[in-house]
Design a protein around this ligand. Structure first.
Ligand SMILES: *Cc1c(COP(=O)(O)O)cnc(C)c1O
Length: 354
């Protein structure tokens, strides 16, 4: 007799990038922000560490939802906050998909989606992107890409990960219009892009836009993300979440973050500048660099296989990400760090090539 469900026995769990604590390691593997949170965010969190820790936090992150609603020009009823946006992606499978039905997503994109589908006992619905990681035209999708307009849930990462490719709002609007099921636009990296599709959350009753404080707002540690959409979808997600899903210090940190947006906008600009310089310099070294609208670059390295580069960079204390997936196994993903980290990466790359 086995104590564990068959589905769980067979499950291939999501594999996160490693979080080693080794001195001197340059960590460019999980798209964390290289800059710390604003000083007032750190002060707010430190100032909240006292006897209040014995109390439950606000169950609906009310104060945060009110501020977010103002920021996105919607009502608090259009918003749900989660323990990171990953939690909300999982809740979407629970709220909108019957076990056995299809969870649809483009490939390659965020590798969590198939795992969420598996956990829920749903059917994986991968739809291949074009060779340049663009979204196929509606005509192409209808003709042969296994795409289903009626899939109850479709995830679209925009800008995409790990390619970094951005999609125009008009293109996403046409895609959303063609869908009958719920579409989640996963905008984890939208703050680094030139365009975002938040408007679509207000235009369609079946579209949710997902955002996170993790990447752009230097708050991975605190686990705060949110979704924006029609109150009926938000209410469904709200029903299936844990009552205290967002921890108190996370709520405080996120609120303080919203009061410091100019600080973060400076960081977005710095990261975009470093990204574009790193892309140019890597190209000169012979790397094939894809245009990126995010805080990372997907590159095909010269001379040696991607996996060999991964190991050689690691030996020189630079940690990057390699995905053992068909369309991208010949590439590496470099998170954009500080200018000094970019210089170190370039120096080590020249050494490896020498
Ligand atoms: C990092 C990431 C997330 C998850 O962010 P959290 O809010 O930290 O859970 C979601 N989607 C994509 C595409 C990501 O890269």
């Amino acid at each position: 007799m086995t104590l564990v469900r068959q589905l769980v026995e067979r499950l291939h769990a999501y594999v996160p990038g490693e979080q080693p604590r080794i001195a001197g390691l340059i960590k460019l593997n999980t798209n964390e922000n290289p800059y710390p949170p604003a000083p007032q965010v750190l002060r707010a969190v430190k100032g909240a560490v006292d006897g209040r820790l014995r109390l439950y936090p606000n169950p609906t992150a009310q104060a945060l939802r009110v501020k977010l609603a103002r920021l996105h020009r919607c009502a608090p009823a259009n918003l749900i906050v989660g323990n990171g946006s990953d939690e909300l992606l999982a809740l979407a499978t629970r709220a909108f998909v019957e076990p056995g039905e299809c969870v649809q997503y483009f490939v390659p994109s965020y590798s969590l989606y198939p795992v969420l589908s598996d956990i829920h006992g749903a059917r994986r619905g991968p739809v291949p992107l074009c060779a340049d990681f663009g979204i196929p035209s509606l005509k192409e999708l209808r003709v042969g890409r296994r795409w289903q307009a009626r899939a109850p849930l479709t995830f679209v990462t925009t800008p995409n990960a790990p390619s970094g490719r951005g999609y125009a709002t008009d293109e996403l609007r046409a895609l959303c219009r063609a869908h009958r099921g719920v579409v989640v636009l996963d905008e984890a990296y939208a703050d680094f892009a030139t365009e975002n599709a938040m408007a679509l959350a207000g235009e369609f009753p079946h579209v949710l836009v997902s955002r996170t404080f993790s990447k752009a707002y230097s708050l991975c540690f605190q686990r705060v993300g949110y979704m924006v959409g029609h109150p009926a979808l938000i209410a469904a997600l709200d029903k299936v979440r844990d009552s205290y899903n967002v921890n108190g210090l996370g709520q405080i940190a996120a609120l303080a973050t919203l009061a410091a947006l100019p600080f973060y906008r400076r960081n977005f600009r710095r990261i975009r500048e470093t990204r574009d310089r790193l892309a140019r310099q890597l190209s000169r070294l012979g790397f094939d660099v894809l245009p990126s609208e995010a805080n990372f670059l997907l590159v095909r390295p010269p001379r040696f296989a991607a996996k060999v580069w991964l190991q050689r960079l690691r030996a020189k204390k630079i940690l990057v990400r390699w995905f053992d997936q068909p369309a991208i196994a010949d590439r590496l993903r470099f998170t954009v760090g500080t200018p000094r980290e970019a210089d170190a990466l370039l120096r080590v790359a020249r050494d490896i090539l020498r």
